[in-house]
Ligand binder design. Sequence first.
Ligand SMILES: [Mn+2]
Length: 477
Amino acid sequence: MQNCAKNIAEYIKKHTDIEVVTHQDADGIAAGSIAKKALEREGVNATITVLKQLDESFVQTADKSASKLYWFTDLGSGNLDLLTDLNVVITDHHELEVNDIELSQQERTNLMELSRVLTRTHNDFKYHLNPHLFDLDGVNDLSGAGATYLVAKAMRPENIDLSTLAVIGAVGDLQDVEHGRLIGTNRKILEDAEKIGNVKSQIDIRFFGRESRPLHRFLMYANDPVIPGLSKSESRCINFFKELGVPLKSGEHWRYWVDLDSTERKLVISELTLILVNNDMNPDEVNRMVGEIYILPNEQIRTEVHDAKEFATLLNSCGRYGAADIGIKVCLGNRMEALSSARKMLKGHRSNLVEMLKIVRDIGVSELEFVQYFNAKDRINENVIGIVTGMMLNSGELDTSKPLLGFALCDDGKNIKASVRVARQNSEFNLNLSDVMRTAAGEIGGIGGGHSIAAGAQIPAGEEEHFLERVNELLRK
Ligand SMILES: [Mn+2]
């Protein structure tokens, strides 16, 4: 991968007219920011375009001249056939796809092989860095931001400081979840970030909100794992801390997890462990509670940007509300107005998500033999259907052995967005949802793709039932 990154870096340096095109989620925003900053250091003032997904409409209006270079970050690999007329480099981690063609497993392997060959020879996709091309996975090993960082680092050693954004991108794509820590290439990138003192990894409780939620609310929203008797009950969480003798307030102010000293933290963690064990939770589940977390020590404590996970959530909410530019500014170091606008969006995002979960409960989740689903129609926006599907599946309210699929009407009013997720607990799941989505959608004139455990599709409205039947069938197979 390093050689590939070096080739790409050299190729990029031959251009001055560069447009960075990236994905709108946290990983994509981090990836685009890495590219933007690296180019700035080469004296190139690149434009950034942020897309929900890459499709023909972008390519139709794109500049096809040889002097213009497009740097696709966190997208591109899934649409190789669209990009043949453009001068491109791609740093992505999504599965390789060719649109509108249904591939068998054998053909997919061939495509991978072909792409590897093209990467090594003089051809269209010589400048393509993707972990899948190196027999690594794009779920735990490397994110879009990480792939982009490898190229940035090859451009100039001082770009090592951009490793911080690569860690944020990886965590934003939940690449640390399965193992409770970053592994593989991500781990090497983390070492870079630690070496320069930008990130500090430590073992701690992994629930969300260590920096941003008062203690009792922090526990109340814990969902991975759910804590029997405490999750969702504010009063019981308050009592829990009272009984342990851990004060909820310091003077007038609520205390946050980061305010606890190490004795208090250990006390709480061992008590929570006891609760889980007493509720017959399996050891793997119990282990999920504690793991590696990533602190950004140069940022102000008790702000979202002090913790990689919270930083990523901040970026995600910017992206979801069409304000990726604000997220990019925060990535590039703005801690003033951009950060405060981003916070406003995060606040809106959270209350919006709580509303969305209520809507899903109201609609109800139906079951087929191998998949469960809900159809939100126009009640949930297509931009958040994926995150809502993931949250619902991990809420502790559903059977986690089957994937959950959510439908929402697209903004265009003509298509339906489908998002499918496998529960985090379901680590034995070894089917490729990206394949399932692409195949099922392809058969009814739609498109699909993504990752093995989180994927999506866009299909014509009215085809939901057909689509579901096919998904169920493919999962059965
Ligand atoms: Mn990504």
